[in-house]
Design a protein around this ligand. Structure first.
Ligand code: MN
Length: 262
């Protein structure tokens, strides 16, 4: 299996090093990752400045761009082959509920998925890298368990076989305290905390984006709940933003508007 590894915390982050070390024991792996921390860059692509690729002493390639840039250029010319799987992470902190909209970790995986390659975004639920070796081991286990499905996608002649995109959160726990794997939907967070203002040395007001909101929808069946209980939580993601449920409502509304009855 050929695996492309990316992240959003930057190519020197402990999370991507641990993921690389774990996966290289079971697959052919290559790293193409951002030079700097690109957390919360989502799916952003750099269109108005050039991207440069450099090779670090450990063989990791790093790019002066976003996570999606890294995967995009890797898949459209840099690698020269098509990987069987794109993985991203391991992120420094949870990507649950609404986080997945902003997450560069998810963005990198999603870029692979948009190119038709199965992809997995890995995150640890707490910042600080505690029990990172455990998380990397669990990530490797999951990749190995999914190998038959990945193999089928790589070699399938049937175009209807669709790739998948998984968001995985791993609790920062010792191995024996992790309960197993649970599949769950995304929960929801409250709106983000207030913006933080400070005064710069030159007297200007500086605005700092506040923290993500606390969990709001965190009941049974959500990623928040499963992680809280100590499970490795797997959420299958889709990309279609269409509000399918309200398509009929908007179709009716549009029909009324076009008849001039508001
Ligand atoms: Mn990050």
């Amino acid at each position: 299996m050929k695996i492309l590894i990316c992240n959003d915390d930057g190519y020197q982050a402990p999370g991507i090093v641990a993921l690389y070390e774990a996966l290289r024991t079971v697959a052919d792996v290559e790293v193409v990752a951002p030079e700097q921390n690109n957390s919360a860059k989502s799916n952003a692509l750099t269109l108005h400045s050039p991207l440069y690729v450099h090779v670090a002493a450990n063989g990791f390639r790093y790019v002066n761009g976003t996570p999606a840039d890294c995967v995009h250029i890797a898949l459209t010319g840099l690698l020269g082959y098509r990987p069987d799987l794109v993985v991203s992470g391991i992120n420094n902190g949870a990507n649950m509920g609404d986080d997945t909209i902003y997450s560069g970790t998810v963005g990198a995986a999603m870029e692979g998925y948009l190119f038709g390659i199965p992809a997995i975004a890995f995150s640890q639920t707490e910042k600080g890298w505690a029990h990172l070796d455990v998380a990397a081991g669990r990530a490797r286990d999951l990749v190995q368990q999914l190998a038959p499905s990945i193999e089928m996608l790589t070699h399938s002649q049937v175009p209807a076989v669709a790739p998948w995109l998984l968001n995985v959160n791993i609790p920062n726990l010792p191995d024996e305290q992790i309960k197993g794997v649970k599949v769950a939907r995304l929960g929801r967070r409250h709106a983000a905390e207030r913006v933080i203002t400070q005064t710069s040395p030159r007297g200007e007001t500086m605005y700092w984006i506040g923290s993500a909101g606390a969990a709001k929808d965190e009941g049974e069946g959500t990623d928040f709940h499963a992680s809280q209980l100590g499970f490795v939580c797997v959420t299958p993601l889709q990309v279609d933003l269409t509000d399918h449920e309200r398509l009929p409502y908007w179709a009716q509304t549009a029909a009324r508007l076009s008849q001039g009855q508001s």
